[in-house]
Design a protein around this ligand. Structure first.
Ligand code: HDE
Length: 717
C-alpha cells in the first residue's frame, strides 16, 4: 500500500542519513574512482597475477581476489529463454495520437500527445541464443510500457494467429519444433520430421502454417514487420463498459521480406543481420517507428463475425473491422548493456493496467500462468521485478518479502496486512472503485476439459490467407512447403501434410506434392484422421488484400545500395544518381575488389567501403554499377563481382547498370537485345538522362523486390 505521510517523513530522515554517509565515503575515496576493486570495494593490487607460493609455485586457495573473479565469470550465463531465446531490443516511447477515453480508462491512453517510455524486444522463437537472425520463424514483438499506473506488457508476434488453440498443447508444439532430442538437430528450423509429424496431426494449425510458410516468416528487418497482440483483449472504460480489442503495429517503412535463398545465405554471412540492422538504424538517428492501431468490437459485432473471437487461430480482417490508429511507437535509444536489459527483461501478458483486461482465450489463459513461472528459473527467483529494466515507473508497495536476490531493504517490522503497527499507519487495499477491476463477466457453466465447438473451423481462414496472396507470394509459399517437406525423412508425414493442405486449396496441395515423391493429395484421407473438423465458417470475404505484403510501402528510406566500382569507372552519371539516392534517404556504399581507393577514368581516387568478400550482395537492397569500358571489363573478369550482380538479380533486387556495365546482365543469361527485366534500370552516361535514371532507380528500389522477375532458374548464383 502507498506510504503514509509519517512513512514519508521517516524515509526522508533515513535519506538524510544515507546521503551524509555517502558524502563521508566520497571524501574518503577521492582519487580512487578509477581503480579496479573487488565487488566488496577492495582495491586490487594487480589484475594479471594470481597469488602463488613463490613465482613458480602453486596458486593459493587463499586468493579471494582470483576466486571472486572466476566465480563471477563461471556464472555469467543464465538459462536462456525456453522459446524466443534470440532477440534484440531498444528503448523508446509511445505517443498517443487519438484519445481512447470512450473505450478504456487506462491512463496512458487518455491524453493526446502523452508519452510513455517503452522497451521493445524482437526475437525469433525456435533458435537458441546464438542462432541466426534470418531463419524461417515467427518473430516476437514484445512491448513494455512503463506507465504511471504500472507496467503494461503487450507481448505479441509478427503473425496475427497461433498454431494451437489451447495452452495445453504448447509444450508439445515447442518440443516438436525444437531440435530433435536424440541428436539436437536441426538448429532454429522447423524443417524436420518431429515438427511436421505433430503439425500433420493438428489441423488447427493450418492457418498459422500458411503464415509460417509465407514471406512473413523471413522479414527484411525488424523495422519492416507488423506486430499483433494475437489474442482478443478487453478495453474497459470508466463506466465499466467493455469492448473487445485487437492490437496491431504497422511499420512506417512498410512490411517487407527477404528471398528464402538470401535469408539462408545471410544466416551464414551475418547471423546478427537483424539485430545489427536495428542497432545501426538507431545509432544513425533513423529511429524505427510503428503506428499502433486497434480493432474495437462490442459484443454484438463480435457475435456476427462468423467465428469465435476467443480462438487464437483466427484473425479479424481489417476489411471487416477497420483498424483505428491511436498512437506511434518510436525506438530512439539502444540498450547500454545487452545482458542487463535485453536478457533480463521479463515480459508477461499478465502485466496489465486498469482499463485493459483479458478474455477467456484458452491460449491466453495459459500464458497468464507461464511467464512469471518461467522467470523463476531464468532469473533465479521471485524478485526479478527489482532488476532495473523491469522496475515500474511508479512506486510499488506490498508485503511480499525476501527470496533470492532481494534488493529492496524493507525496514518496518510489519510485513502483513491488516495491521496497526505500520509506524502508526494502517496499510489497506483500495476498497472502492479504484485499482484494477476485472471485467465482471457472467459465468455459470459446468467444469469441463473440452474444446468449444465454436473452435472447430480449422481451414476457412487458411484459405482466406491463401486467396489473399499475390501470384509471386503464392509461389513462395509453395516453394517453402516443398523445401520444408523435402527435409522430412518419413514419406507418410509428407503425405499427411499435403492431404491436409487439400482442405486449404486443391492447387496448393497438388503443387506442393509434385516434387515430394508421394501420392497426390487425398482430402478424404485427411478428413478421416484424428483431430480433423469438418466445420467451415461462412466465408465473410473471398480475399483480404491487407494480408498480402505486396500492397504497401513506397519509400527508400534507410535502404542500402551497393555501388560496384572497377578501375577506370566513369563517375559522371553515377555521382548524380548517388546524390539522388542519398537525398531520398538511402545509403550508398562502394564495394570493390580491395579496400583503399579505386582509380576512376579521370584518375580520381574513389574511397572503397567494402570488398566483395566482406560485404556480399545479400547485405544490400539494390546495386548500382557505374559505366566505363575498362571498369566493366575488370568487373566482368572478376568472379566475385559477377556473382554479386547475378545474386542480386536472382534475389529480385533493383539494379541500375550504366553504359558498358550492362554487359554484366548478359552473364545472367539475359540477351543483349531483350527488354530489361522488371526492376532493372539500364542507363547511359548521357548527362540529359541522369535525373530520369535516378528517378526510375528510386522507384524500382521502393518496390522492394521484383518478385515477378522471369528467367531466374537459369541464373547461376
Ligand atoms: Fe510466449 N512465452 N507462450 N507466446 N512469448 C515466452 O516467456 C508461452 C505465445 C511471446 O522478448 C516465455 O519470458 C505459452 C503467443 C513472446 O522476452 C514463456 C504459450 C505469443 C515472447 C512463454 C505462449 C507469444 C514469449 C519464454 C501458449 C504471441 C518473448 C521466456 C499458451 C501473442 C518475450 C519468457 C521476450 C516468451 C510461454 C504462446 C509471444 C515460456 C505457455 C500466442 C514475444 O513463458
Amino acid at each position: 500500500m502507498a506510504s503514509s505521510r509519517t512513512e514519508g517523513a521517516r524515509k526522508s530522515k533515513a535519506g538524510d542519513a544515507v546521503s551524509s554517509r555517502q558524502k563521508q565515503l566520497e571524501a574518503s575515496t577521492q582519487g580512487l574512482e578509477n581503480l579496479l576493486t573487488t565487488n566488496q570495494g577492495v582495491v586490487l593490487p594487480d589484475n594479471h597475477n594470481s597469488l602463488k607460493a613463490g613465482v613458480r609455485g602453486p596458486s593459493l586457495l587463499e586468493d579471494f581476489i582470483l576466486r571472486e573473479k572466476i566465480t563471477h565469470f563461471d556464472h555469467e550465463r543464465i538459462p536462456e529463454r525456453v522459446v524466443h531465446a534470440r532477440g534484440a531490443a531498444a528503448h523508446g516511447y509511445f505517443e498517443l495520437t487519438r484519445p481512447l477515453v470512450e473505450y478504456t480508462k487506462a491512463d496512458f491512453l487518455q491524453e493526446v500527445g502523452s508519452r510513455t517510455p517503452v522497451f521493445v524486444r524482437f526475437s525469433t522463437v525456435v533458435g537458441s541464443r546464438g542462432s541466426a537472425d534470418t531463419v524461417r520463424d515467427v518473430r516476437g514483438f514484445a512491448v513494455k510500457f512503463y506507465t504511471r499506473e504500472g507496467n503494461y506488457d503487450l507481448v505479441g508476434n509478427n503473425i496475427p494467429v497461433f498454431f494451437i488453440q489451447d495452452a495445453m498443447k504448447f509444450p508439445d508444439l515447442v518440443h516438436a519444433i525444437k531440435p530433435e532430442p536424440h541428436n539436437e538437430m536441426p538448429q532454429a528450423s522447423s524443417a524436420h520430421d518431429t515438427f511436421w509429424d505433430f503439425i500433420a496431426l493438428m489441423p488447427e494449425s493450418s492457418h498459422m502454417l500458411m503464415w509460417l510458410m509465407s514471406d512473413r516468416a523471413i522479414p527484411r528487418s525488424y523495422r519492416m514487420m507488423e506486430g499483433f497482440g494475437v489474442h482478443t483483449f478487453r478495453f474497459i472504460n470508466a463506466r465499466g463498459v467493455a469492448h473487445f480489442v485487437k492490437f496491431h503495429w504497422k511499420p512506417k517503412l512498410g512490411k517487407h521480406a527477404l528471398a528464402w535463398d538470401e535469408a539462408q545465405k545471410i544466416a551464414g554471412k551475418d547471423p546478427d543481420y537483424h539485430r545489427k540492422d536495428l542497432w545501426e538504424a538507431i545509432e544513425r538517428g533513423d529511429f524505427p517507428e510503428w503506428e499502433l492501431g486497434v480493432q474495437l468490437m462490442d459484443a454484438d459485432r463480435a457475435a456476427k463475425l462468423g467465428f469465435d473471437l476467443l480462438d487464437p487461430t483466427k484473425l479479424v480482417p481489417e476489411e471487416i473491422v477497420p483498424i483505428t490508429p491511436v498512437g506511434r511507437l518510436v525506438l530512439n535509444r539502444n540498450p547500454d548493456n545487452f545482458f542487463s536489459e535485453v536478457e533480463q527483461v521479463a515480459f508477461h501478458p499478465g502485466h496489465v493496467v486498469p482499463g485493459i483486461d483479458f478474455t477467456n482465450d484458452p491460449l491466453l489463459q495459459g500464458r497468464l500462468f507461464s511467464y512469471t513461472d518461467t522467470q523463476l528459473s531464468r532469473l533465479g527467483g521471485p524478485n526479478f521485478h527489482e532488476l532495473p529494466i523491469n522496475r515500474g515507473a511508479c512506486p510499488f508497495h506490498n508485503f511480499q518479502r525476501d527470496g533470492m536476490h532481494r534488493m529492496l531493504i524493507n525496514k518496518s517490522r510489519v510485513s502483513y496486512e491488516p495491521n496497526t503497527l505500520g509506524n502508526g499507519s494502517e496499510f489497506r487495499v483500495d476498497g472502492g472503485e479504484g485499482g484494477f477491476q476485472s471485467f465482471a463477466e457472467e459465468m455459470e457453466s459446468p467444469k469441463v476439459r473440452r474444446r468449444s465447438p465454436t473452435f472447430d473451423d480449422h481451414f476457412s481462414q487458411a484459405t482466406l490467407f491463401w486467396n489473399s496472396q499475390s501470384a509471386a507470394e503464392k509461389e513462395h509459399i509453395i516453394a517453402a512447403f516443398q523445401f520444408e517437406l523435402s527435409k522430412v525423412e518419413i514419406p507418410a508425414i509428407r503425405q499427411r501434410i499435403v492431404d491436409n493442405l487439400a482442405h486449404v486449396d486443391a492447387r496448393l496441395a497438388r503443387k506442393v506434392a509434385e516434387p515430394l515423391g508421394i501420392a497426390p493429395p487425398d482430402a478424404r484421407a485427411a478428413a478421416g484422421r484424428p483431430g480433423f473438423r469438418e466445420q467451415r465458417a461462412k466465408a465473410l470475404l473471398e480475399a483480404a488484400p491487407s494480408l498480402s505484403m505486396e500492397t504497401n510501402g513506397n519509400t527508400i528510406l534507410t535502404r542500402k545500395v551497393a555501388v560496384l566500382v572497377g578501375a577506370g569507372a566513369e563517375l559522371g552519371a553515377y555521382k548524380v544518381i548517388q546524390q539522388a539516392l542519398i537525398d531520398a534517404g538511402a545509403t550508398c556504399k562502394v564495394v570493390a575488389p580491395h579496400l583503399g581507393t579505386v582509380s576512376s577514368s579521370s584518375g580520381q581516387q574513389v574511397p572503397v567501403d567494402y570488398t566483395f568478400q566482406n560485404m556480399p550482395s545479400v547485405m544490400f537492397d539494390a546495386v548500382l554499377v557505374p559505366g566505363g569500358a575498362a571498369a566493366a571489363e575488370a568487373l566482368a573478369k572478376n568472379g566475385d563481382a559477377v556473382h554479386f550482380v547475378l545474386e542480386a538479380f536472382k534475389h529480385c533486387k533493383a539494379l541500375c547498370l550504366i553504359g558498358e556495365s550492362q554487359r554484366l546482365l548478359q552473364l545472367a543469361g539475359i540477351p543483349e537485345d531483350a527488354p530489361p527485366p522488371a526492376g532493372v534500370v539500364l542507363a547511359t552516361n548521357e548527362p540529359t538522362t541522369r535525373l530520369q535514371t535516378a528517378q526510375d532507380f528510386i522507384a524500382a528500389i521502393a518496390r522492394h523486390r521484383h518478385w515477378s522477375r522471369a528467367m531466374l532458374e537459369q541464373v547461376p548464383a
